[in-house]
Ligand binder design. Sequence first.
Ligand SMILES: [Zn+2]
Length: 216
Amino acid sequence: MRTTTLLLAAALTALLTPGIAHAAPCSGYVGLTFDDGPSNAHTPAILNALRQNGLRATMFNEGQYAAAYPAQVRAEAAAGMWIGNHSYTHPHLTQESQAQMDSELSRTQQAIAAAGGGTPSLFRPPYGETNSTLRAVEASHGLTQIIWDVDSQDWNGASVDAIVQANARLTNGQIILMHEWPANTLAAIPRIAQGLTSRGLCAGRISPQTGRAVAP
Ligand SMILES: [Zn+2]
């Protein structure tokens, strides 16, 4: 009885004390993804916005930029983001030979790892374009292909409202396509966070086993 009373008192104190963070319960997880980085121009602002709003995301990096801006790869990892492979030069891979596909994927794996971002287990094909040859090359590098359930259209000039509304369509386990470079995407991040919280959803990692968003 005494233990129960003490536990209740502790719980009440925690609930009533300002300054103690109470994480909202997560009834589900969604996968936020940001493609085409890293860069000195956009990555720091995106990471700050995500961090300030308590969001974690998967950053699908191009190998050429991971090689050019390794400090930004490390910053992504330090900010708690997950780093995926988005090819080396962002070509239309389905128009390339198997050897070219292999080069695009393997050089990116090496560039991200060399920068300190770990060895990716997720791959997003540029433009979402894929075929059986590409899937075999992905598999040979231990990469799980991740497309998306919702396209925010941020790459196509979507407004802040439209980007927020696209995120509002996400259900448990789903993944949304966004990019690190559109100003409207950066501006939408606080409202994306508020919308998820109001629906009891949290930003999760993408499982390489299932390709779905799950608890971090
Ligand atoms: Zn892309």
